[in-house]
Design a protein around this ligand. Structure first.
Ligand code: M6R
Length: 613
């Protein structure tokens, strides 16, 4: 949440910072601002709304040719998204500027202390107190780095703070606790950002900061310490993803591009996992004996990643015979869950930074559970704090609505289930090989779906003005229905609900009236009774006036009779069906958002990486 950029070098800082913010706008787009610093001069500009508003405002203003600057794109927590509350925030004398990602939980007490000392703060944000405290420390003689260390010791909560001072225009100082921050190390220039995307066109050499660390960057130096001032080390890494992956490449929206990238993302996630008849994970700090002791699995995740977990449960229980629960990460630690050292907690997170998931993971670790992360972001906090990691190789996902990350999370869970089955001997090697072979067919099956989705687009345009859409599924089709509804809510801002089809008669069927679109995910025919029950459910909605949009495997003649619209799916084993059934639903929501003139990639009120609880 919130995108942050810092720069010290030889190029015009404004250009570098603005280009960086453009790449980070997916993290928040309620307001944006920059601060440029030269000797004795601090220039700031900030505007509510998208980055374009800030760009327009900058055109009309003269600004210094600074080579040091910071910038911010905001997802509002404290204070409405207006010009006033936009970052950067300045200290009382306007010499120190600060941008912030996270929440300073004790800001009210700190604010009160400042106000009792006679200071009049100008915004309603938690961030401004940090700007005041930093500048006051420097007024007492501390340099900006020392000031940052001592202020951070007084702050509670989650924060990345990036600060610059007109007294020290050759440097930018930053600190992190529970919020992301990476350093980009270039040739005579240094960058700070929430995500490498902000500096990847300048350098691929990066450094990830640890928890509770302060970093000072100049054009040629990076100094890291802990909050007490003891020298510390960041972790250096090379960014190897292709820059094209972070561009739209001719697509109207990132979301469309990312939907189209799914076959490749799935193939990349499967690549190199099954060698010499054995499965391997990326990082495994648990022994086979420890894995054999696991008596329970709990998956924790949020949003779309939670739906991936719900789908994974079926394969995990079926292939490993280990009981598996799936829990919303935001609820997990507050219910005093029963966990012990024989519990494996799987944290699924595209970004690897989702605060709810991170806190659930930490709670699990405190109870001595074994923690495994499934993430798309190498080096992010969740994998770093886990005992084992399985990376999805979806590449950068820029659109706020998660698509390719979702499919790769499902297939990663399948790989994990098979890995556990291999270690625990609940499946023979040849059985595992056979399932891996089926998984390898999935990228082509998704390609086949993508080649036939034009009618889904037309359908979205036709249904543009409807007010409510239902999604029904059974078995693994149920989480697919939940995901279909979530996508429509977040992109089209319309009422959408996903239900287990069997539950319909226990209440939701009352909502159905003439013409209401009802999507139904039909289990493969091989599921016999389940398949037939679903046909009954379709009829129940149809006789009450619903317009049934049925997703069923190709050649399913029995179901075709009851479909107002039929969306054929490639034939796959039941447990793999979500990997194809989700795709038309993604396309439907994307097209619906476009048809309703919404911003497809940046839906209102949302942000890609949710780093607050
Ligand atoms: O980065 P994460 O996978 O942890 O994110 C979890 C959710 O915030 C995310 O999936 C969200 O629900 C998406 N916007 C849905 O499209």
């Amino acid at each position: 949440m919130c995108g942050i950029v810092g720069y010290v070098g030889a190029q015009p800082a404004l250009d570098v910072v603005m280009a960086g913010l453009r790449c980070l706008e997916y993290r928040g787009y309620d307001s944006a601002g920059v601060a440029l610093v030269t000797t004795d001069k601090m220039f700031t500009e900030k505007r509510a709304g998208k980055l374009a508003n800030l760009e327009k405002a900058l055109v009309d203003r003269e600004h210094p040719t600074a080579t040091t600057g910071i910038g911010h794109t905001r997802w509002a927590t404290h204070g409405a998204p207006n010009d006033h509350n936009a970052h950067p925030h300045l200290g009382p004398g306007g010499r120190v500027a600060v941008v912030h990602n996270g929440i300073i939980e004790n800001f009210a007490a700190l604010r009160q202390q400042l106000e009792s000392a006679g200071h009049e703060l100008r915004s309603e944000t938690d961030t401004e107190v940090a700007a005041y405290l930093l500048e006051l420390e420097t007024t007492r003689g501390a340099d900006l780095t020392t000031a940052m260390r001592s202020v951070c010791q007084r702050l509670e909560g989650a924060f990345t703070l990036v600060a610059t001072s007109s007294d020290e225009p050759d440097r930018v100082v930053a600190a992190r606790r529970n919020s992301p921050l990476v350093v980009g190390i270039g040739d005579e220039e240094t960058f700070l950002a929430s995500d490498v995307a902000a500096f990847i066109t300048h350098t691929r050499e990066a450094m990830e900061l640890g928890q509770d660390q302060v970093v000072t960057i100049t054009s040629h130096d990076v100094e890291v310490t802990d909050f007490a001032g003891m020298p510390a080390q960041g972790r250096r890494f090379h960014v190897d993803w292709d820059i094209v992956a972070a561009e739209k490449s001719g697509y109207d929206y990132f979301m469309l591009k990312e939907i189209a990238e799914q076959p490749r993302a799935l193939a990349d996630t499967l690549l190199g996992r099954f060698i010499g008849g054995r499965l391997a994970l990326d990082e495994m700090r648990l022994s086979d004996d420890e894995l054999r002791e696991i008596s329970k699995i709990i998956i924790v995740a949020c949003g779309t990643a939670f739906h991936a977990g719900l789908i994974a449960k079926y394969a995990i229980e079926h292939w490993t015979r280990i009981p598996c629960e799936v829990e919303l990460a935001s609820e997990f630690r507050y219910r005093d869950p029963i966990i012990d050292r024989d519990t494996m907690v799987i944290a699924i997170s595209q970004s690897g930074e989702t605060m709810d998931t991170l806190m659930a993971l930490r709670h699990a670790r405190e109870q001595r559970a074994k923690v495994l992360a499934i993430s798309n972001t190498n080096g992010s906090t969740i994998p770093r704090e886990s005992d084992a990691v399985l990376y999805t190789h979806a590449g950068p996902e820029i659109a706020v609505a998660s698509t390719k990350a979702f499919l790769t999370q499902i297939i990663a869970c399948h790989l994990l289930a098979l890995y556990l089955a291999q270690v625990r001997g609940t499946k023979f090697g040849d059985e595992i090989g056979e399932i891996v072979h089926q998984l390898e067919q999935v990228p082509q099956a998704v390609r086949d779906v993508l080649a036939t989705v034009e009618p889904v687009r037309e359908l979205a345009r036709e249904l543009r003005d409807c007010t409510s859409v239902l999604f029904l599924g059974r078995h693994v089709g149920y989480p697919v229905a939940l995901e279909g509804a979530l996508k429509l809510k977040e992109l089209a801002y319309m009422h959408a609900e996903g239900f287990a089809a069997g539950e319909l008669k226990h209440g939701p069927i009352a909502m159905i009236d003439e013409g209401m679109p009802v999507f139904v995910v039909v289990p493969p025919r091989a599921r016999g009774v389940l398949h037939d029950k679903m046909i009954s459910n379709i009829q129940e909605t149809r006789v009450r006036g619903a317009c049934t949009i049925v997703l069923a495997e190709k050649g399913d003649e029995k179901v075709a009779t009851y479909a107002d619209v039929l969306i054929p799916l490639p034939v796959l084993p039941t447990l793999l069906q979500p990997l194809v059934a989700t795709v038309p639903l993604q396309v439907f929501s994307c097209e619906m958002a476009a048809a309703r003139d919404h911003d497809v990639d940046q839906p209102r009120n949302l942000a890609k990486s949710v780093t607050v609880e």
